[in-house]
Design a protein around this ligand. Sequence first.
Ligand SMILES: [Zn+2]
Ligand SMILES: [Zn+2]
Length: 308
Amino acid sequence: MTKFSVLILGNASAAPTLTRNHTSQLININEQYYLMDCGEGTQLKLREHKIKLQRINHIFISHLHGDHYLGLIGLIQTMHLMGRATDLTIYCPSNIKEIVDVHLKASESQLKYTIIYKMVNSKDSEVVFEDNKVIVSSIPLKHKIPCSGYLFTEKPKPRRINPKAIQEYKVPKHCINRLKIGEDYTSLEGETVKNTKLTMDSLPSFSYAFCSDTKYFEKIVPIINGVDLLYHEATFIEEHADRAKKTLHSTAKQAAEIALKSKAKKLIIGHFSNRYPDLNVLLNEAKSVFKNTELAVQGNEFEVSNSQ
Ligand SMILES: [Zn+2]
Ligand SMILES: [Zn+2]
C-alpha cells in the first residue's frame, strides 16, 4: 500500500491561540517525511502525533515571517540533543542560515550534524528537490517578503507484476525489472509476450501544492494545474478583503477561485485570522466557489487517494 498524506500541525496566522498553532504540516509520501513550514510549537505537535523527529530530513520554509519558522531553532536543537548524525536540508527563499547561525553562535553550540541550506527561487518555479520517487518545485507567491510555495509531484510508478502470468509464461526473475518499466518479454525460444499480459497498470501518482502566504495571484495557476490536493491560505473572508489586500493575504473566496482555475481536485484552506472563532464562515465562503473544500483543522490528516 502506498501513502500520500498531509498532516496539519498548525493553521493560525499572526498570533497563535490555545487551539490553533502556527503553520506547519507533515507530508508523508510512502513513509518519507517532509516538513512544511515550522511555526512555533511544531516539535510538540510532532511529538503529539508520535512522529520521530529524526525521520525528518527535509524542511521547507515558505518565508521568514515568524508564524512560519519560529519553531525551527527549537526543532534543530532537539534533533541535536537527541544525537542526530544525519544531514538536514532546509529550503527557504531567504537567508535562514544567518538566523540559525546567530543562535548557534550566541549559545556557543556546535551541532552534531550538518545543515545544508538551499536557497529557493521565489520568482520562478524551479525544481528544488528530486529523488527517484518525488519532485519538489517552488511556487512563486506574492507576499510582503520573498515567499515560496512548494509543489510535490510523485514520479510515475512502475507497472505491477501479475504473479500468475509470470508463472504461466515462466518469466525468469532477472527479467522482472524490465517488465516493470513496460518492456515486453522475449523467451530464450524467441517467443514474445506483450507486457500487458504480464503486468497490471501502475498505481496512480499524486501531487500536492502548498500555497503559503500570498495575495490572490493567478500566476500560480499553470504551475499547479490539475493538482490532486491544494492547500491555499485563506486568512480572511470577503468582508475583510481590504485587510487581505493591505497585508498581501487571500480571502477564502480567492483561495477557492485559484482551486477552480487550476482544476484542483480538492482544496484545503488554512492560515486563519484569529478574528474568526467559527471557521465555518471561511469554509462556507470557499465552498460557494469550490465545493470540495475542507478546513485545515489542526490534527487532521488528509490522505490523497483515487476516491477523494
Ligand atoms: Zn503567515
Ligand atoms: Zn507572511
